[in-house]
Design a protein around this ligand. Structure first.
Ligand SMILES: [Zn+2]
Length: 485
């Protein structure tokens, strides 16, 4: 039976066996063609993806994407606004993982703005959610007060909001039952440091905190309120935390120096709810306010598909050795995998079911790409995401950016190898993108085998990290420079 990926490409699978052991040198040339051909087989693809994610899940450091770093301030701001807009469209928490992440895009044409959004699920928004979105747009068009708009958003997004707040509090070992009342000044504010005193004065003068409240006390109170939030909290309680997060991350510079970057990123995400309200309201005003024509459309990825894969990392990876028999099957997890990948997980023998889904940023990217092809390819594709992209999505967009003049920009990647990642169907003329990703996955599996089977090649083989990513920074830079112009 033809597999999904075979149907997508329209090309039959030709399993060409590699007769010689693969050296790191050869990984980059003549053998590439075999990998994408072989990996069109869905079962092999799924097992390789599962095997790699269990071998080195935390694949690379979370970082801004290359194109984002090279983008102009205006473009970065626009992508940030789209990131923020995505936050307003998350109606579920982490328990519904496929619906708890959203990507957005914006198409401007002839005086109208069409906002598109997608999540990882093909489930349509409910009538109630659609009414909420419609009302939200009306509020932006009517230029309602920012805080009223935020209060309209809270009931629909509070599950995710509460989770983000709890995640921040957890960084300080706080939760709803452990508020650490015996500790104070979690942020280490010092009254003898002029910059800290200035932050306090600014927040007091602008009435973000009371005249009698110290900055350290305000931050402690903010954290404890954040720790206590649940989806059952009142709109007012959630509003107060979002409001303070906005003040601490936007009104006065300097607080980012008090905390580690991961804590700062969490705070900023909470502050972004109010910040995005201001930003979108401003954009809508420039579009004509109540006279603006704004439409919003949900995009649907292909249905999620449940696939069976080998639970065991060795068994999953060994599906590769059946196609490429020159790679002797791996048989000892400790010495052949764990020694080279310390964070690898072994997994039990037998099968497990994994839900594969197309990630939302790629659904939006493909839609915008289809729209762009009829207009200007030089326009960059700006994609907002409620969270940083996974490694595979970033890889996919990096491959796309090799051939897309304007480039497709997302703000960040968390660098994790997500299991259950569904490869999008290639658009006509963009088949090389899919091939590039499949070849990359094949190379990574080859590297695992090379390391596991031959220690002498250990220093010779490429590590499973971004250095193995087929990047050409010069080309990327040129493309982004074109995109920025
Ligand atoms: Zn992804």
């Amino acid at each position: 039976m033809a597999s999904t990926l075979e149907q997508q490409s329209g090309t039959p699978v030709t399993r060409q066996h590699v007769s010689q052991p693969v050296s790191s040198q050869r990984l980059h040339n003549e053998d590439l063609i075999h990998y994408h051909q072989a990996l069109r087989d869905t079962d092999l693809f799924n097992n390789c993806l599962h095997g790699l994610s269990n071998t080195s899940f935390h694949h690379a450091e979370g970082t801004d994407t290359i194109l984002y770093r090279l983008a102009s301030d205006d473009m970065q701001k626009h992508v940030n606004m789209l990131d923020g807009l995505a936050l307003f469209l998350i109606f579920r928490g982490r328990d519904k993982k496929d619906q708890s992440v959203v990507a957005t895009g914006m198409i401007r044409a002839a005086g109208t703005v069409n906002i598109v959004y997608a999540n990882n699920s093909s489930r349509p928004s409910s009538l109630e959610q659609r009414v909420y979105i419609y009302d939200l747009i009306e509020k932006f068009k009517d230029q309602d007060p920012v805080d009223d708009i935020l209060k309209h958003i809270i009931p629909f997004c509070k599950e995710k909001m509460a989770q983000r707040c709890k995640n921040l509090a957890a960084k300080f070992n706080m939760n709803s039952t452990t508020l650490r009342e015996d500790v104070s000044n979690f942020y280490g504010v010092r009254s003898d440091i002029a910059e800290h005193a200035e932050m306090e004065t600014t927040l007091r003068d602008l009435n973000w905190i009371q005249k009698t409240t110290s900055l350290s006390k305000a931050l402690d109170t903010f954290l404890r309120f954040a720790a206590k939030l649940t989806r059952l909290s009142t709109i007012e309680d959630i509003f107060n935390v979002l409001y303070l997060a906005y003040a601490f991350t936007t009104i006065t510079p300097g607080i980012e120096k008090l905390v580690e970057p991961p804590i700062w990123r969490r705070m900023r995400k909470i502050g972004d709810y109010r910040k995005t309200c201001i930003c979108v309201r401003d954009v809508v005003r420039t579009l004509g306010g109540s006279r603006a024509t704004i439409t919003i459309e949900q995009l649907f990825p292909p249905d999620e598909v449940q696939h069976e894969v080998h639970n065991s990392t060795l068994e999953a990876l060994n599906t590769w050795s059946k196609v490429f028999p020159s790679n002797s099957p791996l048989h000892d997890f400790e010495s052949q995998i764990k020694e080279h990948y310390p964070n690898a997980k072994e997994g039990q023998s037998g099968k497990m079911k994994i839900l594969f889904s197309q990630h939302c940023e790629l659904t939006v990217a493909k839609h915008l790409l289809q729209v762009k092809t009829t207009r200007s390819l030089l326009d960059p594709i700006e994609i907002g995401c409620s969270k940083a992209s996974c490694f595979w999505c970033d890889l996919y967009l990096t491959e796309l950016n090799r051939i897309l003049p304007g480039g497709a920009i997302t703000s960040a990647t968390h660098g994790n190898l997500c299991d259950g990642w569904m490869m999008p169907q290639a658009l006509p003329s963009y088949e090389t993108v899919n091939r590039g990703v499949l070849d990359y996955i094949g190379r990574q599996v080859e590297i695992v085998f090379a390391r596991g089977n031959d220690r002498r090649r250990k220093s010779d083989s490429l590590p499973l990290d971004r250095r193995a990513l087929p990047q050409d920074d010069k080309m990327q830079k040129e493309k982004s420079e074109r995109a920025i112009v």
